[in-house]
Design a binder for this molecule. Structure first.
Ligand SMILES: [Mg+2]
Length: 168
């Protein structure tokens, strides 16, 4: 059980993800969370750095797909602005949405990494399907009320199971 909560990589920000290295490891696709991973929670502002990061993905042969538990309106709008596919109301950590994203990307689990800021949705869901999992530090502490309780559990996991500081 604990093994399923452990990410393969833990980084401070999106820009700290070693894209070159992922590409060398045979990763071709990225399943990316929305809230507090690429924008602040429920914000439509996509920071310049994040835009730039998305633009750089093809250089490494990486295809992105947004996968979020948030609403269609919210997820679709951000995905359209980035010009990438998405799965909304994903119900992470359930596997269904991750499978759907793999279908969209036309990739196998071993060719795909999950990037997200939550252990109990992004990391757990990705690990259940044997995807590579990358945990990022949330952009802000502001978030959905239901998430706050999970964050307390998450802190325990970070302290006792993951036991490492985010790399950069
Ligand atoms: Mg998130």
């Amino acid at each position: 059980m604990f093994k399923l909560l452990k990410p393969n990589l833990y980084v401070a920000r999106l820009e700290d993800i070693p894209l070159e290295q992922l590409s060398q490891q045979g990763i071709r696709g990225l399943i990316i969370d929305l809230d507090n991973t690429i924008t602040e929670w429920n914000s439509f502002e996509i920071k310049e750095l994040v835009f730039h990061w998305f633009k750089s993905l093809p250089e490494y042969g990486l295809k992105p797909c947004l996968v979020s538990n948030n609403s269609r309106e919210r997820v679709q709008q951000v995905a359209d602005r980035l010009g990438i596919p998405c799965v909304y109301k994903a119900g992470k950590p359930r596997r269904k949405a991750f499978r759907k994203a793999l279908e969209i990307l036309e990739l196998k689990p071993e060719e795909t990494a999950v990037i997200g800021d939550q252990v109990f949705t992004d990391v757990l869901g990705g690990n259940r399907l044997y995807l590579k999992t990358i945990l990022v530090v949330p952009m802000t502490t502001r978030e959905f009320i239901g998430t706050r309780f999970m964050r307390r559990l998450e802190r325990l996991v970070l302290t006792h199971i993951i036991k490492e500081k985010p790399g950069r």
